[in-house]
Write a protein that binds this ligand. Sequence first.
Ligand code: AVI
Length: 321
Amino acid sequence: LRKEADAIEDPAAAAARGEFARDLQAALAKRPRQLSPKYFYDAAGSALFDRICELPEYYLTRCELGLLSAHAPEIAEHMGAEAEIIEFGAGSLAKIRLLLDALQGPGRYLPIDISGEHLAAAARRLQQDYPQLQIQPVVADYTKGLRLPPRLHRGTRRIGFFPGSTIGNLRPDEALRFLKQAAALLRGGALLLGADLIKAPAVLHAAYNDAQGVTAAFNLNLLVRANRELGTDFDPSGFAHSAFYNAGQQRIEMHLMSLRKQEVGVCGRRYEFVEGETLHTENSYKFTIDSLHELATHAGLRRGPVWTDKHRRFGLLWLDA
Ligand code: AVI
């Protein structure tokens, strides 16, 4: 059955699976063991992330939605009419709705996401609610060289939207590369960037160690996904979710920690985990407004207005490209 399914798998899915297998093997072969967080987002992982956004401890989404709805008219004014909006890592397309409600008919909306099924379903729902809007979903890994369809009209302003502090999941060198790429793609327009700010470690810790265990399920789903897609034999009950604030690096680290000595098979190779050994699955960097401006300036973006909540938990930055 597996062979038959492989035979009819579309080439893009097969290539993605091959990349996942190679990256997982490379991650397990080195020390410390670390894998890109992009592998969290299969359909189940994307649904779990949507649940994380609703958790009482996970203030990021609520804060950002609050900022977007409070300042949407002002943001819309900066965007101007007829601009096209390009959202990087668009997920379930909830945040853009706040801007769309304030904008008078953007030219076009291009949501970019790595999870094709999730994006297609979200785009269909959005289209139902905004029938006049031209939506053109792009399934791509926006951290790699990105090619976009040509501008709608010559001179159409492109506004990038990179919310959710997803920038924090990139390594600092990747974040800089991404911003440089965004500056080039958006030249003449701007980037609206949402980022989580440094705060009391206890608040950060709670956001990634929720009482309902949704973040733990999100982290462990990586192993379930590997078993399903790659035929690995991870025992998810043999691993525990571990998340903590690394103050020196100004980041939350998420790991999957082996609860015992065990061996795992990945595409014909076996890898040993000793008790307590981890697979580092995600970094979530936290910033200051100054550190974000410094990064953006380095990438060739120019600082514009900043919106933040009264506790300065989250920042929304306008950066001219
Ligand atoms: C998508 N990203 C910004 C989330 C974050 O907070 O770093 C992913 C996440 N990981 C655990 N909880 C949420």
